[in-house]
Design a binder for this molecule. Structure first.
Ligand code: NDP
Ligand code: AKB
Length: 261
């Protein structure tokens, strides 16, 4: 019998992360749950153990704190049963750029970019050595949309997409699967935590629908999964335009329109 890899999920105490935990447990995977709220994760863990005969460990960590990130990195390096990392923990923010203070900006960047990058870096060498493993990074369609007026959050999610695409190119030839998942508005606590009244926003996707679609992309080994994108050809066109732009960049000379007359 093949042993399924253990899945370490960050932000597993609520929303998308807790739903991933339920879905992976129902597929028979053991889990390591990471977030700050230990009691909430213990509750979820107890339910999953009861329902699914799976092993569930709880690893409390504040991923904006370097020492806590280091403990999770250590677990990822040393626990060889862990074969899937879901980098899901994240936070949004309300208000425009001029309303953000430095500490709030730093928290968003630490949680949404530094932590997932460090956790991926902790596990990637072991996965590459083994020739297997998967890293799932939760981005957002906001990363495409400076128009949404969430510049720091959107930039952090653009980073997640870029990082995922870079890791996909580097690691897939070594047998490691990297997936970026880009949800749009999904009904979770993220809105309330950011001080945004979700009732004032257009209708959103249900969290189970989002995670089931993301897992559909995972099973098909998609590099980028965008559950709310209805016309898949739009993504292919964007990628095609990007490749076309790269083909027209020539580093030895400025473009004609910038040359002195
Ligand atoms: N819901 C949406 O509309 C969308 C969400 N996303 C992304 O999905 C991901 C999950 O968000 P979602 O489920 O919606 O939101 P939730 O607020 O429900 O979940 C966020 C999770 O992250 C954890 N978390 C927050 N701060 C920290 C921290 N400092 N250290 C460790 N864990 C932390 C929370 O747990 P705890 O408080 O216990 O630490 C919680 O488990 C995020 O990356 C978000 O950006 C992307 C697009 C749309
Ligand atoms: C707060 C948001 O904007 C949301 N989580 C998203 O990424 O769509």
């Amino acid at each position: 019998m093949t042993t399924l890899p253990t899945v370490l999920i960050t932000g597993a105490s609520s929303g998308i992360g807790a739903t991933y935990a339920r879905r992976f447990a129902s597929r028979g995977h053991d889990l390591v749950l990471v977030a700050r709220d230990q009691a909430r994760m213990e509750n979820l863990a107890a339910r999953l153990r009861e329902e699914g005969n799976v092993r569930v460990d709880v690893l409390p960590a504040d991923l904006t704190q370097a020492a806590d990130v280091a403990r999770v990195e250590q677990r990822l390096r040393e626990d060889e049963r862990i074969g899937i990392l879901v980098n899901n923990a994240g936070m949004a923010q309300s208000g425009g750029f001029v309303q953000q203070d430095g500490a709030a900006i730093e928290r968003v960047i630490a949680l949404n970019t530094t932590a997932p990058t460090r956790l991926a870096a902790a596990v990637a060498p072991r996965f590459a050595q083994a020739g297997s493993g998967a890293i799932v990074n939760i981005g957002s369609v906001v990363g495409f949309a400076p128009e949404f007026g969430m510049s720091v959050y959107g930039a952090s999610k653009a980073f997640v997409l870029f990082l995922s695409q870079g890791l996909h190119l580097e690691l897939s030839p070594k047998g490691v699967y990297v997936q970026a998942v880009l949800p749009a508005g999904t009904r979770t606590e993220i809105w309330q935590r950011a001080g945004i009244d979700a009732a004032t926003l257009p209708p959103m996707m249900d969290v189970e629908e989002l995670v089931d679609a993301a897992l559909g992309g995972f099973d098909r080994r998609e590099a980028v999964t965008i559950p709310p994108l209805h016309v898949a050809a739009r993504w292919d066109a964007l990628e095609g335009a990007r490749q076309g732009l790269l083909a027209d960049i020539r580093q030895e000379q400025a473009a004609e329109r910038y040359r002195a007359r």
